[in-house]
Design a protein around this ligand. Sequence first.
Ligand code: TYD
Length: 207
Amino acid sequence: MSKAKLIVFEGVDGSGTTTQVARLQQRLVKENIPACKTAQPSERPTGKMIREILAGRLIQNPGFATMSLLFAADRQDQQESEILPCLYRGESVICDRYVHSSVIYQSLSAQDPSIRTWIKEVNRHIMVPHQVIYLRIDAKTAAQRRAERGGDEEIFDKMPFQQRLVDTYDSIQRIFPNHRIATIDATQSIEQIEEEVWGVVEPMYRK
Ligand code: TYD
């Protein structure tokens, strides 16, 4: 377990976390560092239910508390059945979104920053990642990227909400003072971002 790390990518919708998760995992494997990738919401039963809700197909207008608890349940289940077994096998885990998304998205939905304490509390058995990589992008560029990518609109895609997300993500280090967080400019090219990510991650595996 000693060399296996949990590295998570965070950012607003359209910041490119999914692309960079895949690139980092491939790069680690190429460097003979065992690594698997995953995402939250997960592909497990609770994660699948959450995706249906996000697409507006299961529950209409779910409240922030319902969503917070569902995301926390999915995260806990994924930790027990996927992330910890992977780390114990000696494989690093690269995760697309983590507890930061819950604290930021669901507290904005609640329109009450003080609710962050409760959201952290329901996630208290979730392990602290070895490294968080925050891909920083402005709301306008992120919206353009989402439009280019296509796909159905999800419940968090509205522009005023995305602007508030950017503002809150910019305080991620203050919201999670005990987490090791690197901020990378996600308006750069995919290759430039990959290099900066590698610059953060590579020293973690040096002894
Ligand atoms: P996303 O990474 O965008 O998945 P996909 O690329 O497959 O659409 O995640 C789905 C949405 O869920 C995204 O808008 C962020 C939101 N989310 C939360 O609100 N809270 C959470 O705890 C997590 C993990 C995601």
